[in-house]
Design a protein around this ligand. Structure first.
Ligand SMILES: NC(=O)c1ccc[n+]([C@@H]2O[C@H](COP(=O)([O-])OP(=O)(O)OC[C@H]3O[C@@H](n4cnc5c(N)ncnc54)[C@H](OP(=O)(O)O)[C@@H]3O)[C@@H](O)[C@H]2O)c1
Length: 248
């Protein structure tokens, strides 16, 4: 049985909210009382998620954004809207990712490289940077990146996705060091493991049922976003392995 955390009054921004992990996480956080800001690129899918979440918890806000085109100005505007609507931000969880067709680097179109680094790494940086002012004003805030074991393996044909995830892990560590003294912001990364989602289906010939549902990674995501993880920073965690989330 997973521990239950108190997310009442906590405002949390989730990218990739309409994806497999993002959706499972959004529904779980809403059920625990979190005030969510749902970031996704498909307004119809965001609208459907909005309806489900509004039945579970506080009415969420929608933040449509195409991360391939996210600029610092657009990120700043999104954060201004959060400040105007809620006056605070206590969590930022990056679940968005794009995985181009698996291709040897020799044949990879440079445009696919640029787009993957933009969505998977640059947009995560730009959005995190824009959120820092509000996060630092929170009494207890969390930044959580979704990583992948491939970041450290460097597996063939995963080119820009693997490079972007390795970059995200470095970004996470740099930021954690910069914020560890005298700020309430902790910064971590979590690998959900092979989970059943659109991203997994695109690259795997195996039947989706062979993979664990996104809910399997929820204990790690919820713990790292919750006040129970206060002081835990700079870690790259594997949701499928035992962790402090098992203690509750
Ligand atoms: N699935 C796995 O086995 C696995 C394993 C290790 C790590 N991860 C990581 O876990 C996280 C969640 O992945 P997932 O499995 O939930 O994948 P998913 O179901 O494919 O969700 C990815 C999300 O990212 C959004 N997205 C993609 N490109 C975007 C863009 N240009 N602008 C805005 N949003 C964009 C997608 O939007 P649309 O719905 O509109 O496409 C979707 O909501 C990712 O960071 C992934 O790298 C997953």
């Amino acid at each position: 049985m997973s521990p239950v955390y108190d997310f009442d009054q906590r405002v949390i921004l989730i990218t990739g909210a309409t994806g497999g992990m993002g959706q499972a996480l959004s529904l779980a956080l809403a059920a625990e009382g979190a005030q969510l800001v749902l970031c996704g690129r498909r307004e119809a899918a965001l609208g459907k998620l909005y309806d489900r979440i509004a039945q579970l918890g506080p009415e969420p806000a929608m933040a449509p954004a195409e991360l391939a085109a996210l600029t610092p100005d657009a990120a700043a505007q999104l954060v201004r809207q959060i400040e105007e609507s809620f006056g605070r931000l206590d969590g930022l969880c990056h679940c968005a990712a794009t995985l181009p067709a698996l291709t040897p680097l020799r044949n990879l179109a440079p445009a696919a490289w640029y787009e993957s680094l933009q969505v998977n790494l640059n947009a995560a940086f730009v959005l995190t940077q824009a959120c820092l002012g509000l996060l630092q004003a929170s009494p207890d805030a969390a930044v959580l990146f979704s990583t992948d074991g491939i970041a450290r393996e460097g597996r063939a044909y995963y080119g820009p996705y693997a490079v972007a995830k390795a970059g995200l892990e470095a970004l996470m560590r740099v930021l954690a060091h910069e914020l560890e003294a005298n700020t309430p912001v902790r910064v971590n990364a979590v690998d959900p493991g092979p989970i059943r989602s659109a991203l997994r289906t695109r690259i795997s010939a195996e039947p989706p049922a062979r993979f664990a549902p996104p809910a399997s990674a929820l204990p790690a995501y919820l713990y790292l976003l919750s006040g129970a993880a206060r002081g835990v920073t700079g870690g790259s965690w594997a949701a499928s392995e035992p962790g402090p989330w098992d203690a509750g």
